[in-house]
Design a binder for this molecule. Sequence first.
Ligand code: 6PG
Length: 251
Amino acid sequence: MASDVNLTVCADPAELAETAAHLIVDAATEAVRERGRFMLCLAGGETPRATYARLALPAFSERMRWDRTWVFFGDERAVPPDHSESNYRMAYETLLSRVPIPPAQIFRMCAEHADADGAAAAYAAALAEALGTRRGELPRFDVVLLGLGVDGHTASLFPGSPVLREVFRTVAAVHVAAAQIPQRLTLTFPVLNAAARIVFLVTGSEKAKIVRTVLSEPARLPAAFARPTDGELVWLTDRAAAALHPIGEAR
Ligand code: 6PG
């Protein structure tokens, strides 16, 4: 069944980070209990930084079965892993270097590779193998974290890009002319929407307009295409980001 939006408006970015960390620990506990492992896809950008830092704290981290957790990325910019614009670096510094996850269970996107299509295909193959995907099936993440750009992009799925119509590939190389780092790798909607749960993390007043548009005019902007076909769609925002949405206005 197609997902309905479940919107939670948090008081501020700190409360959002706390809420997201709880959600991740609960989803991980359930996934490990039911399937013996937890498949997590991380978001890039700045917003998730606080959530990752929270998850690394003992109160959360000690409740995670890191030995049963596999970590992937929704997108990556074409920079080496130690670059300040690297999504991997942000996640590594805030979370992955601070918790006892086996390094072999962290799947960095090598977006800096000269053969971008080859790197996308390699990531797709790694994803399918790690998630035990059978031929003709799509990998199913337990949780996919996503961010929202002010133009309505999510992951590296930008308005007007042909990759929005992708139906076969789970990972694609894209060129985003307007972005500071134009060359990127991104997961595509077929694999994002095969997830058991998509969780948007959105904070700040500069996102208020786009939050209202994405949630009230579905199917116009990339972020609105992120709707699990058989799963749950969760939006976590702070009050500032929800200020122009009817729920946020009522607060
Ligand atoms: C990226 C992203 C991107 C990001 C949004 C929001 O690598 O650029 O994954 O989709 O999530 O642009 O970014 P902020 O959280 O920095 O606002």
